[in-house]
Structure formats: C-alpha cells, structure tokens
Ligand binder design. Structure first.
Ligand code: ATP
Ligand code: MG
Length: 247
C-alpha cells in the first residue's frame, strides 16, 4: 500500500474576476504525517483548502488533486467528503434548529454510508466531548448558534473526531483560542492522529504545534509555496515574519 495520501499537482486557481489566487501549488502528504501551511493574510491558504475540496466558488481551476490514489480534482464537495477529507472552517456557520448531536449523527451516516448505532454514537460523543472539555449540554444546542468563537472551534475538532476522516484540513482552528483551549485542540488532534491518516493545519500561531509531531511546514506567499522545512521553519517565521520570503 502506498503511503501517499494527498498529492496536489501544479494547482492554479483564479477567482471570478480572473485574478490568479493560486499560482501553481505542489503538495504531497503521506499517511501518518502532520503538515502545516503558514503564510501572510491573503496569501491563498484558505483558497488552497477550498480548492482541494473543489469549492464551486472558483471558476477556473487547473492542476490535479489525487487522494488515496484517486483523481478527485473534479468531484463534488460532498463526494470528496465521503472519500474521507474533512475541512474545519475558519468561520464555522451557525445552523439554527439542528442540534450538535443530530448534525454529527446525520453527517456520520452520510459520510460512512452505514446506519448509525445510536448507543455507540452517544457514548463516543460523550467521551469526545469530555476529552475536549465541552459541556455535555452543548450536544442538544443548535449547531454553533450563540457559541463563542472558541466554542465553535472546539466543536470543529469534535466533528473531526466523530467523522474520523483520512485527511483533516484545519483552517485556523486555533485562532481566537485561549491557552487552555489551544491545548485542548492540540489534544484533539493527537487523539485523532494515527499511522493511516493525516492532518493539514493552516495557522498563524505556532503555539498549537508545540505538542504535535509536525513533519513538514510549507510557507505560502502570494499564491506560491516559497519555502518548506521542518517545524523549526515555523519558529523562524514567528521570529522574523514573512518579509524575507518572496514569491
Ligand atoms: N471567491 C473569490 N473571489 C475573489 N477573490 C477571492 C476569492 N476567494 C479568495 N479571494 C482572494 O484571494 C486571496 C487569498 O485569499 P485566502 O482566503 O485564500 O487567504 P488566506 O491566506 O487564507 O488569508 P487569511 O490568513 O487572512 O485567512 C485574497 O486576496 C482574497 O481576497
Ligand atoms: Mg484563510
């Protein structure tokens, strides 16, 4: 079995007004790895995640996305989710009338294509909520409605643990979190991680990386990856910023 989980080849994305946002991204993530993308605001990090997920907002997409040996470049977003990619959103949506628990149950059923065993599901949800220090009452609250910024982010990690994808893409799941919540999110990633799956973390903050075994850091500037390295690169960026890195 190949260790390669995700391969992005020469990915170009243009927005509706034809401005090129991504200018040829190459990225390979193997099973068992944690990768990090850092880059200035507006450099194309969220766009990279959306493009992997084939978000229809972009009219022009060139290049290829291979996931677990299969070309998923042109699959629909929900098909890509069923193949085993999860994406946490930089700004999670509020969905009135659908409880956290129901949302997760339906999403899990859709993604696995198997009926959910209710008692097993409830036990697992309770355990994961405890591990993430989320009040169990939140299971019955409408998804994200009235949740604080930090609560929404922790809820994204709860979704990741429940859906158990092969690849989790976490877009700034750590931003706006207090120190304890950052530790909780790190812990959630550690709980999720095994030799068969992978995580791609988009972040501005190296704190979340401290307790994680990071395999590779990619620096994205103006739609291009301009530097790659191990976790030390993230520390260098934290100290000197991006001005030495030009696309
Ligand atoms: N649908 C779109 N139409 C037009 N421009 C877009 C679209 N999506 C993204 N952009 C532009 O592409 C650039 C990259 O955006 P993106 O959201 O990927 O940045 P980012 O690296 O995630 O930034 P941040 O760190 O602020 O989250 C920005 O200048 C943004 O305005
Ligand atoms: Mg972003």
């Amino acid at each position: 079995m190949s260790k390669e989980l995700l391969k992005v080849k020469d990915l170009h994305i243009s927005a509706e007004d034809n401005t090129e946002i991504l200018k040829g991204i190459d990225l390979t993530i193997n099973k068992g790895e944690i990768h990090v993308i850092m880059g200035p605001n507006g450099s194309g990090k969220t766009t990279t995640a959306n493009a992997i997920f084939n978000n229809p907002a972009y009219i022009d997409k060139k290049g290829q996305v291979i996931f677990d040996g299969e070309d998923i470049t042109n699959l629909k977003t929900d098909e890509i989710a069923r193949k085993g990619i999860f994406m946490s959103f930089q700004l999670p949506e509020e969905i009135p009338g659908i409880s956290v628990s129901n949302f997760l149950k339906v999403a899990k059923g859709k993604i696995t294509g198997k009926p959910i065993k209710i008692f097993e599901f409830k036990d697992e949800l309770k355990k994961n909520m405890e591990e993430l220090s989320i009040d169990p009452e939140y299971a019955d609250r409408s998804l994200n409605v009235g949740f604080s910024g930090g609560e929404k982010k922790k809820n994204e990690i709860l979704q990741m643990l429940t859906l158990n994808p092969k690849l989790a893409i976490l877009d700034e799941t750590d931003s706006g979190l207090d120190v304890d919540a950052i530790r909780t999110v790190s812990k959630g990633i550690e709980m999720f991680k095994n030799d068969e799956n992978a995580v791609l973390i988009i972040t501005h903050n190296t704190k979340i990386l401290h307790s994680l075994k990071v395999d590779k850091v990619h620096i994205l500037v103006d739609g291009k990856i301009v530097a790659e390295g191990d976790r030390d690169l993230a520390n260098v960026i934290e100290q000197i910023g991006y001005s030495d890195y030009k696309s």
